[in-house]
Each structure stands twice: as structure tokens, then as C-alpha cells.
Design a protein around this ligand. Structure first.
Ligand code: BV8
Length: 239
């Protein structure tokens, strides 16, 4: 059990689909979740995209439209407040591909990419995604019709891993919020942060698959648990 110092100099936070659940965006593995309606091999792997790009674009076009109509919730605003008001460093890493952290005023490292970005499988160019993408859109840079959502699929290497590793190494407090701990390498971050001496806390509706690796657990819906957690960190700074 790593003891918590009064106010950690650096807080590293990982969020998952549970932080956006109360904004109306589905999670993946809960009842009625995205992966209960779609086979992730068909719509979230490079092989699936090669097999049927139209199906994959339809999948992301509907999620992009759904995300565009959503609003940040109290958990997103609380994390933005923590980044703005906390005296130390607050690094926010998200597995989510929505832009709700940014809409609440936070900045986040999107390790699985973003729904509002597109890229070219041929030349690597990336740009703001249109609302609906098609399998024949030409790349604005090389003209080849191999554009795709700028999303990290299963079997692909997540983005910003070197930066993330450096943050985990220097974190004094690591928090995972609203993630089931089933997808790697994100699910392994808690073990890495612990190994480097961070205290760890899991904030979730229910224990994740890696709950046993955390020093502390805070239950309840994110719109209640996250603002309370942020206030407890900021109040500690009141001298
Ligand atoms: C990699 C983009 C190598 C898509 C996503 C075989 C072949 C290849 C790889 C593998 C393999 N077997 C295993 C792997 C590794 C694989 C993996 O982990 N698979 C799992 C399924 C076993 N990982 C990969 O392929 C990764 N790449 O390994 O490359 C490598 C790695 C490192 C270095 C070099 C090389 C790539 C993984 C990324 C895949 N893309 N997203 C899209 O979004 O469309 S991942 C997908 O799961 C989602 O994006 C999501 O972000 C992510 C994690 O899910 P969660 O966010 O946790 O959501 P979930 O529904 O699971 O849980 C919700 C949680 O919220 C629950 O705990 C619930 O209790 C809680 N909750 C719900 N409501 C609330 C709440 N909490 C609070 N309040 C609430 N109201």
C-alpha cells in the first residue's frame, strides 16, 4: 500500500468510456454496450476495414454523429477544473475517442485516436474528419482513396506511448476513471505507475478487471464521484 502524500506533485489520470457514459455515449462492455451490438473484429481492426470499409465507415459515422450531439458532464468539467486549479501537474490520458474532455476545457492525450479526426492509410496525412466519411473519399494530400478514421484499432499500436510511459514514471498519484481494465496496454498503466512508486486509485461504478492492483477504490457514477474526488484534492491545497 503506497501512502498518499498530502498533495502529490504530479497526478496522472486515465479515463475510459465510463466517464462519457452519463453524456449518453455508450460504453463497450456494459449491458447493451457497443461490443454487444457489433463484432469488434468487423469494425475495430485493420482486417475488418480491409474486408469491408463501408461497414467500418458506417460504424464510425454513426458514433461521430452520436458524439457530436453529446455534451460534457460533471465528471469532464471536474477534471478540467483540476487541470486548471491544481498547483501541481495534472496529465489526462483518455482511451475515449470522443472530444468531451476538450469540450469541458481540459486537454487530453488520446491514446486510441479521435472520432473527429481522419487520416490516410496511404500517405499518413491527418485532418479534421467530415461528419460522414466514405470508402471512396480521396486523401486531400495524395488523392488516394484510402482514408480512414484516425482511430487506433485492435492490433494497432496506441498513440503517444513514449510520452505516457514518461508520465507514469513520474506520477505520484495515478487514477483510472470509468475503465473496465480489459484493453491493453492501457490496463497495464496501474501496474507501471505502482512500480514507479505512485499511489493508485480506481474510480468506477464497479470494480474493474484490474481492481486488485489499486490502493484505493471510489464507487458510484462518475458525475458524482469525480467532482467529489477533485474537490478533495483541491481542498487539500487550501492553506
Ligand atoms: C496493441 C478505439 C500492440 C476503437 C479501442 C490479439 C491481437 C492483437 C492484439 C491483442 C490480441 N489480444 C490482446 C491484444 C491486445 C489488445 C487488447 O487488449 N485486446 C483486449 C480486448 C483483450 N490491445 C490492442 O490491440 C492495442 N494495441 O496491443 O498493440 C502493442 C502495444 C504496445 C506497444 C507496442 C505494440 C490497441 C487497443 C486499442 C483498441 N481500440 N478503441 C473505438 O473506440 O471504436 S479500445 C476500446 O476499449 C475502446 O476504445 C475503449 O476506449 C477501450 C477500453 O474500454 P473502456 O473504456 O474500459 O470501456 P468498457 O466499456 O470496457 O468499460 C466501461 C467502464 O466504465 C466499466 O468499468 C464500467 O463499470 C464503467 N462505467 C460505466 N458507467 C459508468 C462507469 N464508471 C463511472 N460512472 C459511470 N456512469
Amino acid at each position: 500500500m503506497t501512502m498518499m502524500n498530502a498533495s502529490p506533485n504530479k497526478i496522472v489520470i486515465l479515463t475510459g468510456a465510463g466517464v462519457s457514459a452519463e453524456s449518453g455515449l455508450g460504453t463497450f462492455r456494459d449491458k447493451g454496450g457497443v461490443w454487444t451490438k457489433y463484432d469488434l473484429n468487423d469494425v475495430a481492426t485493420p482486417e475488418g476495414f480491409a474486408r469491408d470499409p463501408v461497414k467500418v465507415h458506417d460504424f464510425y459515422n454513426s458514433r461521430r454523429a452520436n458524439a457530436l450531439g453529446s455534451e460534457p458532464n460533471a465528471a469532464h468539467f471536474a477534471l478540467a477544473r483540476l487541470q486548471a486549479e491544481y498547483a501541481g501537474d495534472v496529465v489526462l490520458i483518455t482511451q475515449n475517442v470522443d472530444a468531451l474532455h476538450e469540450a469541458a476545457g481540459a486537454n487530453a492525450i488520446h491514446m486510441h485516436g479521435r472520432l473527429d479526426r481522419a487520416c490516410c492509410a496511404a500517405c499518413g496525412e491527418d485532418w479534421d474528419a467530415p461528419l460522414a466519411m466514405t470508402a471512396t473519399d480521396p486523401c486531400p494530400s495524395c488523392g488516394v482513396p484510402q482514408t480512414r478514421p484516425d482511430i487506433v484499432w485492435f492490433g494497432e499500436v496506441p498513440q503517444s506511448l513514449d510520452a505516457i510511459a514518461a508520465h507514469l514514471e513520474t506520477a505520484e498519484l495515478f487514477a483510472a476513471i470509468g475503465t473496465s481494465g480489459q484493453v491493453y496496454p492501457a490496463a497495464g498503466f496501474v501496474a507501471e505507475a505502482s512500480r514507479c512508486g505512485a499511489r493508485t486509485v480506481e474510480i468506477n461504478l464497479e470494480p474493474s478487471d484490474v481492481a486488485n492492483l489499486f490502493d484505493e477504490h471510489i464507487g458510484g457514477p462518475a458525475t458524482e464521484s469525480v467532482p467529489a474526488w477533485v474537490s478533495s484534492l483541491l481542498d487539500r491545497l487550501v492553506v
